[in-house]
Design a protein around this ligand. Structure first.
Ligand code: ADP
Ligand code: MG
Length: 159
């Protein structure tokens, strides 16, 4: 998959905003990367793109934040979960297979609970500079192959 490089937090949010324009009810987007990689920045961009106003923060302690925009957004952060069982207790299936868009930070921690079809986004710091990030979108399933391709196209077009 092609790498999307960003050079500022705003640019990463911009990738999220472009992604939002492509989203449909039921889409699941998984965000992976170290602490401070930019998962929440990207999520904030998605929220903005969905027309959600007001602050969007990492649901590190609340685990799930729900927002109402053009689509319902479930923003989940499983960083503090001790076990996938806890995630199941939260009724995650309801989010994953519902009509909203679900974003999951640290999704790889609950891999076995994720739907087979989803977009896995990996964000990592680049050795090129403090504010440089490399974003890779790995699609799982036909719908997400399309999504990843379209995202790459619109991001490229904006360069
Ligand atoms: P995470 O949710 O992955 O822990 P955050 O999005 O909360 O990360 O934080 C990312 C941090 O990195 C912020 O402080 C942001 O300002 C900074 N940053 C610097 N450059 C970038 C970039 N290109 N993309 C995203 N964040 C960046
Ligand atoms: Mg975060």
């Amino acid at each position: 998959m092609p790498v999307i490089k960003t050079f500022s937090p705003e640019e990463t949010a911009g990738v999220g905003e472009k992604l939002a324009a492509l989203l449909r009810p039921g889409d699941v987007i998984c965000l992976n990367g170290d602490l401070g990689a930019g998962k929440t920045r990207l999520a904030q961009g998605v929220a903005r793109g969905l027309g959600i106003e007001g602050p969007v923060t990492s649901p590190t302690f609340t685990l799930i934040n729900e927002y109402q925009g053009g689509l319902t957004l479930y923003h989940i952060d499983v960083y503090r979960l001790d076990s996938p069982a806890e995630m199941e207790d939260l009724g995650c299936a309801e989010y994953f297979y519902g009509e909203g868009v679900t974003l999951v930070e640290w999704a790889d921690k609950v891999k076995d609970l994720l739907p087979g079809e989803r977009l896995d986004i990996y964000i990592k710091r680049s050795p090129e500079g403090e504010d440089v990030r490399e974003i890779i979108a790995v699609p799982r399933g036909e719908r997400y192959r399309y999504l990843a391709e379209e995202l790459t196209k619109v991001v490229r077009a904006g360069d």
